[in-house]
Design a protein around this ligand. Structure first.
Ligand SMILES: C[S@@+](CC[C@H](N)C(=O)[O-])C[C@H]1O[C@@H](n2cnc3c(N)ncnc32)[C@H](O)[C@@H]1O
Length: 340
């Protein structure tokens, strides 16, 4: 079989989740119904592909931070001709919170997630109380999560987290087991087995009486922009602009906005390089400041970086408009959609 061009693989397998309403609608994405199965951090994709082959009725979704890993998976999917696998590139914590409905996921596999052995990095571990609670809320009744690790200290940590919560209960009469007969090994699992390192498996299911949160729908919103009028000197608008950052809070979530660099094109328009971090979700994007035919200025999101117009991104557009007004106090806001 011919390899697909990367652009075609992206269209075929990646879910353009930033452009879709949240929570996602699996039926629309896969074109049919089926039990939804997630693998978080699929690495080389071997395990995910094998599961998808063995369970053609199910809808498989791989969540991975690494773009290289996603590309390796595309190749495997094309070689195997599998139609029931899709990929999202991103962090599982944010995705599980925003992109999936409560009571919607049949199974979750978390295979050999990074152990972050240094104590000062323990807060980066995926398995945390909050995350397990979220798993419990997103799984269907009796839905299962399987966690595997070959890191002894991380295994103790996972035991403590699982035993200290009530959303999930063990499928065994113990917290963990050292063998799961019939399981297809991942790359890390094979390495551990070959070198004699013991593996800990945790297979836990949703407790029937877990209370489910309401579904929070987040529609893709219109692109933020601000129109300013009044006299100003376009040449000095951002000429000596230094990096700047703003910290705020929205519904208990820390939001950090950063302006790093400014550029100017041959037409004299300005482009500002921005970043918005909302909780665990970061976006890098540009904001354009364009002169309009009527002499006013339009501050708007550039299409580069393809940002989702979240609250933080809207605030960034508003902050750039404010910077202009600080330099040129006579300028007025004529139109804006970046308010609350
Ligand atoms: C140690 S590797 C294990 C790969 C594979 N599961 C295996 O067992 O061979 C961990 C993988 O998880 C991914 N990862 C780490 N944190 C993640 C997160 N929060 N969300 C999604 N993927 C993550 C990493 O990019 C990496 O590919």
């Amino acid at each position: 079989m011919c390899a697909l061009a990367l652009s075609e693989s992206i269209l075929k397998y990646m879910i353009p989740w930033l452009d879709l309403d949240w929570p996602l609608n699996p039926e629309e994405i896969y074109g049919r119904e089926g039990p939804l199965v997630l693998e978080i951090g699929f690495g080389n994709g071997g395990f995910l592909v094998e599961q998808a082959q063995n369970h053609p009725e199910a809808l498989f979704l791989g969540i991975e931070r690494s773009w290289g890993a996603a590309q390796r998976l595309f190749k495997r999917l094309e070689q195997m001709g599998l139609q029931n696998v899709r990929v999202i590139q991103g962090g599982a914590e944010f995705l599980l919170q925003h992109a999936f409905k409560p009571d919607s996921i049949e199974k979750v596999y978390i295979n050999f997630s990074d152990p972050w052995p240094k104590e000062r990095h323990h807060n980066r571990r995926l398995i945390q109380q909050e995350f397990v609670k979220l798993l419990g809320e997103r799984l269907v009744a009796d839905g299962q999560v399987t966690i595997a690790t070959d890191h002894a200290e991380y295994a103790e940590w996972i035991c403590e987290v699982l035993e200290g919560q009530s959303a999930l209960v063990s499928c065994f009469d113990r917290t963990r087991v050292n063998e799961l007969p019939g399981r297809s090994p991942t790359k890390y699992e094979r390495k551990a087995t070959d070198t004699g390192v013991p593996i800990n498996y945790f297979v836990w299911r949703r407790e029937a009486c877990v209370s489910l949160p309401p579904v929070i729908v987040q529609k893709v919103e219109e692109m933020p922009n601000v129109v300013l009028s009044g006299a100003c000197d376009r040449d000095t608008m951002f000429g000596d602009q230094r990096p700047e950052s703003w910290v705020m809070t929205k519904k208990g979530v820390d939001v950090v906005i950063k302006l790093s660099r400014v550029y100017r094109d041959s037409e004299g328009d300005w482009l500002l390089e921005m970043m918005a971090k909302e909780g665990a979700f970061s976006q890098h994007f540009g904001i354009l400041v364009l002169r309009r035919a009527d002499g006013g200025y339009l501050v708007k999101l550039a299409s580069m970086g393809h940002p989702r117009p979240t609250w933080g991104v809207k605030q960034a557009v508003g902050k750039v408009a404010e910077l202009i007004q600080v330099r040129f106090p006579q300028m007025r806001v004529e139109e804006s959609n970046v308010g609350e």
